[in-house]
Design a binder for this molecule. Sequence first.
Ligand SMILES: [Zn+2]
Ligand SMILES: [Zn+2]
Ligand SMILES: [Zn+2]
Length: 305
Amino acid sequence: MTDDKLNSYHAAETDDEFVQRSYFVDELSGTDVVIVKARQNRPNIEVESCPFCPGGLEAPKSYDVYSFANRWPSLGKNKCEVILYSPEHNSSLFACGKSGILKVVELWGQRTKVLFEFEDVQYVLIFENSGKEVGATIMHPHGQIYAFDRIPKVPLNELCLAKKKCQLCKIESPERTLFSNTNLISFVPIAPTFPFEVIISTKSHVHSLLDFNDSFNQDLAEHLEKVLGAFQALFEEPMPYMMWIHQGPIKSDLVKQAHFHIHIVGIWRDLSVQRYIAAGELGSGVMFNPIDPLDAATRLKRVMR
Ligand SMILES: [Zn+2]
Ligand SMILES: [Zn+2]
Ligand SMILES: [Zn+2]
């Protein structure tokens, strides 16, 4: 890391004003937008001085998994966290193996509980951007958590739709089912937006990680290893993916509608060929997916171990 980059990295630590955030609603479309002014100055950290490696700026001690407040929060201070999956710089969530992923799952549960203890937190979103193509700026394997002061539109919409009938309590079609163990099921949804899209869901109507016991945690770790392994094996190179966890807003009545699930979307339609959301889709809200979900399921099952 050059001195300039290092200085700019440190600057955010001391000066909270360094990051200016404003929450807007676009009245034309109803879209919620947070403007985060300082984020354009975020450095691209080079490998020699990775701040996430043990002994680095953010992780001074040795660790298996580790969480800390993001220096570059998109929301308020301490409302954005970084979750380090492994001390190994060139690892990935998949490469942590089932026992390593289990530690990450347990940490997700702990951080969910802690973040909900903030009086103004209404929703906890755990997510990961894996790969440069989806905007990861530091290659060390990590995910993030955003703690929102409101229930964001996407999970809110799902919770409202579930008032009529919980879609995740239905039996999934065997053709699109990828894997199943005692407590959870992985499947390709019937109308996916992305070429390779998977949902990992609890079989019973469980609201959040706070309701998980050891058996659920272990079953979830097994699913993540299977699904991420299939994403990695599908092409000659690991496919960049985005992953986010939808769990219940525990302080709201809507929590009753919440059925725990994880969305994982692979963004390639072919090796290194990215699927972009195009104008016709943005303009209409109608998605045009180039891959048949049954084909996607067949191909993912073929490479799943
Ligand atoms: Zn590192
Ligand atoms: Zn349900
Ligand atoms: Zn969802």
